[in-house]
Design a protein around this ligand. Sequence first.
Ligand code: SAM
Ligand code: DTB
Ligand code: SF4
Length: 326
Amino acid sequence: MDDATPPRPISPRQDWTREEAETFYAQPLMDLLFQAQSLHRQSFDPNRIQMSHLLSIKTGGCAEDCAYCAQSGRNGSQLPAAKLIEVERVLAEARRARAAGATRYCMGAAWRAPKDRDMDQLVAMVEGVKALGLETCMTLGMLEVEQAQRLRAAGLDYYNHNIDTSERFYPEVITTRTFADRLETLARVREAGIKVCAGGILGMGEGRQDRIDMLVTLATLPDHPQSVPINLLMPMPDTPLAEAEPLDPIDLVRTIALARLMMPRAQLRLSAGRSGMSDELQAMCIFAGVNSIFMGDRLLTADNPGQDADSALFARLGLSPMADPA
Ligand code: SAM
Ligand code: DTB
Ligand code: SF4
């Protein structure tokens, strides 16, 4: 593509190539941001943010070796393994989250995969949260076909399962399961009729091409994921990535803008890492196409800005939550 003909995104498409994506990513930032924001406005109110709430329903002692994760039993982290929590605790938290303006409730477990003996309790959590009028989301690791079908029948709206990075870089981050395993679970989720939430982490030492390739993989799935979380690595003590070189924040913004251009209708969530970001950087991410965040002062094990900081951010930027707090 020559300089005289700026690339024109046509949406939504599933035939993205690496070269085309690279052309968008490498443009002058103002051009990239303008395109992303223009497309964003065709599908979303630019001043409204969807709020999700995250709860760890089973913490620590995970069998996988994800190099970024505080919950891996294989990393040096001291986090003790807990049991799956009681349904009532999940529902009490969900009521609080709803009152604070959340519209989606995400339940995360530090598992390689759920065991069949846990399914009744998981089903009860989905049914209970759904009955509160919240959208339901779970992230439990790999799923069998029957497990996906049971969760769907219980009312599960979304399943989060991240590809995390490019296929090339993936083995440098996780060795206990493959990129293909991840795609297989995503296919089972999609085929069960559950909406797909899939994204990744930036700032793990990957290169620009890895960030682009990750988005190309997501945007060339049989359907675009309905929800795409972009996490900025939160370096956790005693993990192999504890001392990772911080990402240039402009690369975070470029990646978000590219995700918005490639998956124009997806909910794009600025997930982990907001607690280390300035209001100005968050504002740029939102301008680039973010329209969803996690609210509350905790993610799974790590800190999140919390309600006071987010209310101040929203006031400074003139944003409002998708649902008004009760
Ligand atoms: N165990 C399940 C799994 O990995 O599929 C679900 C929970 S796992 C913690 C969900 C996602 O959180 C990971 O795929 C990763 O993208 C993100 N994540 C975990 N630790 C993180 C960290 N320290 N910084 C940023 N993102 C992180
Ligand atoms: C996602 O992509 N980010 C969330 C959610 N999916 C489950 C998790 C972020 C975890 C951050 C690190 C922690 O809390 O331990
Ligand atoms: Fe386990 Fe998920 Fe953490 Fe990987 S990211 S170690 S699968 S909890």
